[in-house]
Write a protein that binds this ligand. Sequence first.
Ligand code: NAP
Length: 299
Amino acid sequence: MSYKLIDGKAHAQVIKDDVRARVCLLKDCGWQPHLVSIDIGGNPAVALYINNQRRACEQVEIDFENRHYPADITQLEMLAAIQSLNVDPRVTGIILQRPLPRHLDLKELQNAIHRTKDVEGMNAANIGKIVYGDSLLGPCTSLASVALLRATGLALPGLEVVVVGHSEIVGKPVALLLMEELATVTICHHATRNLAYHTRQADALIVAVGRPGLITGGMIKPGAAIIDIGINQIEVANPDGTTTKKIVGDVDFESVYDVAGWITPVPGGVGPVTVAILLRNTVLATERQKQHYELNMRS
Ligand code: NAP
């Protein structure tokens, strides 16, 4: 593998090895990390993510349970289901699979997951804590992006970082995490007047938009680190007239590769590290629940 490519799979493995060791320690004390996935409506695209999560959990001996709920479940019924998971002592982590059926309020459901079991880091309490420099149960993709940027060896204090995309799940939290590291952060979005002007200033560029080919080689500073969070399915034409489906990021890999100093591939970059951090958050959540239980027993 080229030195320019930031190997997400290798970084994910390091995190998973640590998680596995910590799961063993927890098990020795009678605590089994147990991640419950909430799957509403059985969307086939989501089934793929669920299978990846299940496999990853098996590798580190975290119990994984997918609970399926019908597509026509009401908001109130779903809130009640989450509440029963919150109070179930066997459940140490909860993940809400997206997208949800349109009639359900995503934010309300994410906030209903108890903050100590919110292993996606999407409860307002956990996202809000980032402002105070506490990212213990932070959003997985944002933490993964910062981990991969660190892997370049670039010093984060003073680094000019441009984040493209300001969603609540990725762009905003990643910008906050980087500010905490004293990077100089610029955030771009659909109203940014001259995107290329900003991206060309970046020592590190983090892109989370969902538009294939948005960033091209001419838009980046030579030697910059490129963290491509986007996941897009495109159809590529074959010589025989047929098409093949392909997963690509938001960065035009071919033109950017020659100019960049480092780049994350898609697939194989941010994605595997995001899953590894979900596992790490699950083990962290279990460790914290164990500590709280022990403190309560003592008092
Ligand atoms: P999202 O909620 O749709 O947000 C997209 C962001 O891009 C918005 O802030 C939007 O701004 C901004 N944007 C739209 N057009 C733009 C443009 N031309 N220039 C600059 N910014 C623009 O999506 P998301 O959930 O953040 O996900 C973004 C991408 O990351 C998707 O491809 C998703 O599949 C991928 N993703 C990957 C992982 C992973 O583990 N690798 C995890 C999560 C997401 P406005 O809101 O102002 O329009």
